[in-house]
Design a protein around this ligand. Structure first.
Ligand SMILES: *Cc1c(COP(=O)(O)O)cnc(C)c1O
Length: 376
């Protein structure tokens, strides 16, 4: 069983090589490397796929978050509530823009924002909420939307890990992740569920005014050629990446199903072990398993990671240090904030390989070894 990886992008490429190569070749032949037709075409296709009025491509998922926050016109010191249990980019942009991150705890079972804690954190200085659809599962959006509405706060959904996933509202209506807040953001980093072959990102909104502002910010605050109305940045998705994404978008639903099938197999295999708590799926969320992250009960996690690696099985800790304990936020004294579930999970989570090309025998090998190591 050689060379098991967390994500197998090589095998995935082999299956779509013809389509992808042809699409990239078109860009090379046309020399329309920046803002070419491929970019516009992909943005349109993604709008249709998500059912959102505006998709604005940009350079990466971190820029997408930054631009979204810039579009809300916040002032230095304004408070933005985000989970601490997330990839650092979600919170880093808050600090970068001199806003104040306020950390919200997460639910122990679903890893997403704890809504009761969220509401308790709201002050007159709160100006935005950033829920994260962590590991591929929707945050509890109806509850978050209700809190936001009550306090008249905008929502930016960090959907870097859950594109292709959806949320069913209590009304019965279904929404694609990233389209429920005022703004949604995503990343096309290669290992993401919809990944390109370099860096890429996008911003979604149904609000025409915000869309116009976001387009402007992503392009040097430019309203007309060489007319700059505000300080923006330079953040573009290049045509080569759009060429790849246009092809991969057509396969996204299949990719999501493949990931879910791997998760189903893990869930079934681990159900009986009292050392393992498998990831809970909320009924109203179509979980797309960017990661398969489980909780280890009373086991030395370093030992597990080490023994897995001896068997050639990679495992990752997403994330080993929560944002509120990072030195970068020292000035906010965030370490003193009580986030019991975040700290509890940080000590216990482990992520196993999951991707679109998982072979049954490989997964069985991972399962057998993992069970043997944890059950002792
Ligand atoms: C990957 C990721 C980002 C950042 O995306 P980049 O394209 O790497 O900048 C932001 N938030 C979350 C939750 C992510 O997983």
């Amino acid at each position: 069983m050689d060379n098991i990886q967390m994500v197998d992008l090589k095998s995935q490429y082999q299956k779509i090589k013809g389509e992808v190569d042809a699409s990239i070749q078109e860009v090379v032949d046309s020399a329309a490397f920046i803002n070419g037709p491929k970019v516009k075409e992909f943005a349109k296709d993604l709008e249709t796929y998500l059912g959102v009025k505006n998709v604005i491509p940009c350079a990466n998922g971190t820029d997408a978050l930054q631009i979204a926050l810039m579009a809300l016109g916040l002032k230095p010191g304004d408070e933005v509530i985000t989970p601490s249990f997330t990839y650092i980019a979600t919170v880093e942009v808050v600090g970068l823009l001199k806003l104040k991150p306020i950390f919200c705890d997460v639910d122990k079972e679903t890893f997403c924002m704890d809504v009761n804690h969220l509401e308790s954190l709201i002050t007159p200085n709160t100006k935005a909420i950033i829920p994260v659809h962590l590991y591929g599962q929707s945050a509890p959006m109806d509850e978050i939307l209700e809190v936001a509405k009550k306090h008249n706060l905008p929502i930016i959904e960090d959907n870097a890990q859950a594109i292709g996933g959806s949320y069913t509202h209590t009304s019965g209506n279904k929404s694609a992740n990233g389209t429920m807040g005022d703004i949604g953001t995503t990343s096309f980093f290669p290992s993401k569920n919809l990944g390109c072959y370099g860096d890429g990102g996008a911003i979604f909104t149904n609000n025409a005014e915000l869309a116009a502002k976001i387009r402007m910010i992503a392009n040097h605050g430019q309203s007309k050629k060489y007319v700059h109305d505000m300080v923006g940045c330079n953040s573009r998705l290049d045509s080569m990446q759009a060429a790849v994404l246009g092809i991969k978008l057509k396969h996204l639903d299949t990719y999501c199903s493949a990931r879910r099938k791997v998760a189903d197999t893990y869930d079934a295999a681990f159900a009986e072990s009292d050392k393992i708590t498998t990831p809970k799926r909320r009924e109203n969320s179509y979980h797309v398993f960017h990661q398969y992250t489980l909780v280890l009960n009373d086991i030395d996690r370093d030992m597990v990671v080490h023994k897995l690696s001896e068997k050639g099985i990679p495992a990752m800790i997403y994330y080993p240090i929560p944002a509120h304990r990072q030195k970068m936020f020292e000035e906010f004294d965030s370490e003193g904030q009580e986030l019991p579930n975040t700290d509890w999970l940080t000590q216990r989570v482990i992520s196993l390989p999951i991707h679109t090309e998982m072979k049954e025998d490989v997964q069985q090998y991972i399962i057998d070894n993992f069970l043997e190591i944890v059950n002792g």
